[in-house]
Structures are given as C-alpha cells and as structure tokens.
Write a protein that binds this ligand. Sequence first.
Ligand code: PEP
Length: 241
Amino acid sequence: MKLIIANWKMNPETEFEAINLAKASDVSGLIIAPPFLFLEEVKHSLKNAKLAAQDLFWEKLGAYTGEVSAEELKSLGVEYVIVGHSERRALGETDEMVAKKVKAASDAGLIPVLCVGESAVERASGLTEEVVTRQLLSALELLKSLISNSLPFIVAYEPLWAIGSHNPATPQDVVKVLQCIRTLLKHLTLDLSPFVIYGGSVDALNAHDFLKEKEIDGLLVGGASLKPDQIIRIVEISSLF
Ligand code: PEP
C-alpha cells in the first residue's frame, strides 16, 4: 500500500474553508497536513483520512512562544509530522534543528516525515546524492542509540526545484535517489521501517508515472492537495499498486 500525504501549507484562509476541504478530501489512504490552527476542526471533520502536522518543536513544554510540541500534537490525534520541509529550511531551519525535531517526534510516538532534497544549483553541480546523504545522516544522528524497536519512518525526497514549479523530477531520477536513500538507511544500524516517497509538482495527471514505480512508496502533494478532485484521484491511482 502506498502513502499519499496532502501538505496544505498555509492554506486555506478560514476554518470554514478548511472544514469543507477536509470533508471533500476525506478518503482512506490519505494523510492530511493542515495548518496547526485548523488541526482540531479538521480532525473532527475526518472519518477516513489520517492527520499530520506540518512541523513541531523539540521541547516538551515551557517558555517557547509560538511553538507546538510533539506531545501537544499527539493529544489532538495527530499521527504524522512533516519535518525539515524545504520551505522551513529556507527560513533558517538547520540540520541540527531537524535532527532534534525528528527525535522529539519519534520519542512522542509521532511518525516523522523527513523531507530531504537538493536545490537547482546543487543538482546542476552533481551534488544531489551528497546533499541528500548529508541531510539524512544529520537528521538521524540523534536517533542512533535511542531507538531499539522498529520505528515507522518516512523519508520524502523533495527536490527544491520541483516544488510548486510544475516541473516534477522524472520518475527515473526519483528512483535513483530513492535507491540511494534506501541503501544509506540499510547501512545505518537503526531498526527503521522506512517508506521512501517523492514530492514536487505531483498532480492527478502525473501521479501514475510515479506510483507505478515499485521503489516509490508514495507521494507528498502540495498544491494539488488543495483540489479535492485531484487528491482523491491521486489516492485512487495509488490503490492500484
Ligand atoms: C510540498 O510542498 O511538499 C510539495 C510537494 O508541493 P507541490 O506539490 O506544490 O510541488
């Protein structure tokens, strides 16, 4: 079974619209990541889809104005959390912060969706695998001695140049990078059960090309997830594989 994650980013504008979007997209096999503000109402609107958050903070509680902890998310019924999205890294999130967030999520029993991916410049310089390897190793650094049981874990390969650009990577290129990610995870001593997925300008028209690849365990969908007919179609396609 493939994973489809809908990243709504900072959309929609009102709770009313969020509830309507959630109800219209509520199919099993979908994981929806609304803005923090709408998590609770979206949760109440869902009967089939599961709930994700778009970020978290690594401390459990205390004087951290504006932050949201893994425990707080858990208490709302959140099961997954996106960590290290490139749009957050662009605002200053470092590899070290990402590592703390991955650890906090795992410690609280949230399934991390760790985003990795290279920029256009890095790609043009042939650095894709190097960048992805660095991001992955540093994000998992704090987990090494701490997790002994099998932890579901999702890595989303999201090349920056493909996000929101209508210029997706080719399935062949994605498969190559995903193989590199899997090999790396296998070499680490962590007992992870990784799902390795792709994100970047996926829509209902190109989803089949990615999902038919057995190396690609699923998709992280941004823009197209705001259109219920698109995301439902993507979930339908995913159920074929
Ligand atoms: C994303 O932001 O994670 C993403 C994949 O966006 P889009 O589908 O719009 O490229």
